[in-house]
Design a protein around this ligand. Structure first.
Ligand code: GLC
Length: 673
């Protein structure tokens, strides 16, 4: 059951397409205080809180204060309160079990046992919001109801579940060719190479640097022959430059965000001084979306949208003030306070909160200050693209994922988890965000494998890959000035080939589970507690996940480990994929086990009366035969699997012909119905 409670008059987010009528009953579970502008809930000692999508800390979010504020935050440390997304959905699970969604485009905080251990307090910046309360038969049922409410998640083309290689940046067409050649020569499967900001002409959206990437359309064609797709980045900021058509047209039509007095708001990003398209204005959004045509025409079939929190390096005015103020420090003796103030002047230029109070959106003729709708910017940028693809290429699935997001954006694209680091703790953070993001509708997702910032190491990348082979978005990406981390740069190429190769063997299962999760409004990755609600140990597990209907995964997230402890909520079959191609199977009883996992082993756990379909593998997604399958199974009486299989590119998703049932009996006989 879903009830909608209305407080004040919210600014429309379109997170929900068909709103239930407002409930007039008094709000259950939560205490609502208009004086302190907050909702609070007394948590029981063992209550757990799930959700909040992309954020730091645990699967159980209790014990910290989170801020819903899309942030350009490359330091994913435990003390941060927000990352790039604003996902205001959570589930309380304990004495009482219910879900809450706060549909509110401004900044709000979720204090979940931070100030007081037994109290959760939700504080918006003003009192204009819709609050949804969702009750259901189980945690999964609550998620499903919520997901129905917010609409079906974006569906990626199947090739986008292949492996992708990225770096900030491959500087020329030849460098891209070399990346492709190295993968192909060494038989390391690959489907995508990403183009970061340097493919553009001086970081101008919808341009191509003709010197370093001459005839991009030819390159796209040439690489398609090798079954490789190029996926360029698009940034939110549009360079301010006379003669640059996107800038000139946007200015002429009044499509950029403005200051209160109507003058242009100039903010700097990669190209220096830039304009922010008013993504919240329908006309401007349509206009920005239609710009993607430039690259679609060159044969591009996928994009990633970046810097759309929006990230702002500085504003013209603030930079001027800071430079002047710094001048006044000349010759001074800087004591403690002065020194920190001085260094803070420059540090405070980047993404200063004040900037968000200095520009306005034109939403249906109303001027709305950005901070009131901050969390919608990346969402609406990605919607601009998604709606344009519907118009421009209605028969095709286009790959799209974004950095910033709000619930609602999940209908238009996926997300990646932003600028993580080559840290062991970030493998675990990647794992923990998966179920939380799935709850909020983001199914096409994954992290920068190997870590974006800092220098990676071979063992870190191998262990991270052993998780990444399960995530729909599987991309190796690193920042400039870091150690190069294409897998062929390392010694153990056989190990990487084995891991990535296994991803392609798993594709029939992963794609089937991804599609079923989308079409059934379900989670592909779930905390153990969702599947074993009566098991108190399962609720404690923060480093294992259920993956689809058949499997549990338990990746190794520690350096120098020869294995790890794994908790089995029931008897399962351990399946070990070894680098030499052999597959070992062993039945393990419910309970705790130390499981050895060599650096290039992949270990997974199959539930009783379940099965895992495997392909023969291939060098790219289109080479995979999704019909010639082999099976691993754990049959006690009968294993039954519902297999989703379509052509991976057209859009008749719901066609029942895409589903078949695979049955394996105790004798090992396979029947497909
Ligand atoms: C941002 C993105 C990162 C990208 C870089 C340069 O930091 O998050 O993925 O490589 O910008 O475009």
């Amino acid at each position: 059951m879903i009830r909608r409670f209305v407080f004040g008059t919210m600014i429309e987010t379109e997170a929900i397409l068909q709103k239930p009528s407002a409930c007039m009953d008094s709000l259950p579970y939560l205490k609502c205080s208009e004086e302190s502008l907050s909702f609070s809930y007394e948590m029981g000692e063992t209550d757990r809180i799930y959700g909040l999508g992309e954020n730091v800390r645990g699967i159980n979010k209790r014990g910290w204060i989170y801020e819903s504020k899309c942030s350009d935050e490359p330091e994913h440390l435990e003390d941060r309160r927000s990352l790039y997304g604003a996902h205001n959905f959570l589930i309380v699970d304990g004495r009482e079990t219910f879900g809450i969604f706060i549909d509110y485009p401004g900044i709000l905080t979720f204090d979940i046992g931070y100030t007081r251990h037994d109290q959760m307090t939700i504080t918006p910046s003003d009192w204009n919001l819709d609050l949804y309360l969702i009750e259901g038969d189980s945690l999964r049922d609550i998620v499903r109801q919520f997901r129905h409410l917010i609409g079906r998640s974006y569906i990626a083309p199947r090739w986008a579940l292949g492996y992708g290689q990225c770096r900030w940046s491959y500087m020329s067409a030849d460098e891209v060719r070399e990346v492709v050649k190295n993968h192909r020569d060494l038989h390391i499967p690959l489907d995508m190479v990403y183009l970061d900001i340097d493919y553009m002409e001086r970081y101008k959206d919808f341009t191509v640097n003709e010197e370093t990437f001459p005839n991009l359309d030819k390159l796209v064609e040439e690489l398609k022959e090798e079954h490789i797709r190029l996926v360029p980045i698009i940034d939110a900021g549009v360079k301010q430059e006379e003669g640059y058509s996107v800038y000139e047209e946007g200015m002429k039509k009044g499509y950029f965000c403005k200051r209160e007095d109507g003058t242009p708001f100039v903010a700097a990003v990669w190209p220096g001084k830039s304009m922010l398209p008013d993504m919240l204005n329908k006309e401007a959004r349509d206009w920005f979306g239609s710009q993607y045509q430039f690259l679609l025409d060159k044969g591009i079939e996928g994009f990633w949208n970046d810097m759309n929190e929006p990230a702002i390096f500085y504003t013209e005015d603030r930079l001027k003030e800071v430079i002047e103020e710094i001048g006044t420090f000349r010759g001074q003796n800087l004591d403690l306070d002065k020194y920190f103030y001085f260094t803070g002047l420059v540090q405070g230029l980047h993404n200063n909160r004040d900037y968000y109070k200095q520009f306005y959106h034109n939403i249906d003729g109303r001027q709305i200050r950005h901070d009131r709708v901050h969390n919608l910017y990346g969402y609406q940028m990605t919607r601009a693209a998604g709606e344009a693809f519907e118009r421009l290429v209605p028969d095709k699935r286009i790959l799209m994922f974004s950095r910033a997001s709000y619930i609602g954006m999940h209908r238009y694209g996926g997300i990646w988890m932003g600028d993580n680091k080559s840290w062991w703790s970030h493998i675990l953070l990647n794992l923990k965000m998966l179920p939380s993001l799935n709850m909020c509708g983001f199914l096409y997702t994954g992290a920068d494998l190997g870590g974006f910032g800092s220098d990676t190491t071979e063992d870190l990348l191998l262990r991270w890959m052993a998780l990444g082979i399960f995530t729909p978005l599987m991309r190796n990406h690193a920042a400039r000035d870091t150690r190069r981390q294409e897998v062929y740069r390392f010694e153990n190429i056989d190990g990487f080939r084995h891991l990535i190769g296994l991803r392609y063997r798993l594709l029939p299962y992963l794609y089937s589970e991804y599609m079923k999760a989308v079409l059934r409004y379900d989670c592909m990755f779930r905390p153990l507690a969702f599947d074993y609600p009566a098991d108190p140990h399962a609720a404690q597990v923060e480093d294992q996940l259920m993956l689809g209907e058949e499997l549990m995964i338990a990746p190794v997230c520690q350096p120098n480990a020869d294995g790890r402890y794994v908790y089995l909520p029931e008897t399962m079959k351990l399946i070990r994929f070894k680098e030499n191609g052999s597959i070992e199977e062993e039945i393990l009883d419910a309970g705790h086990h130390y499981v050895k996992v060599a650096l290039t082993d992949v270990v997974l756990f199959l539930r009783p009366d379940h099965l895992l379909p495997l392909s023969q593998g291939g060098q790219y997604a289109e080479e995979i035969d999704f019909e010639q399958l082999s099976y691993l199974s754990y049959v006690k009486t009968k294993a039954v699997y519902e297999y989703y299989h379509d052509d991976g590119c057209s859009r008749d998703y719901e066609n029942p012909a895409h589903l078949s049932t695979i049955i394996i009996d105790t004798e090992g006989n396979v029947t497909i119905e």
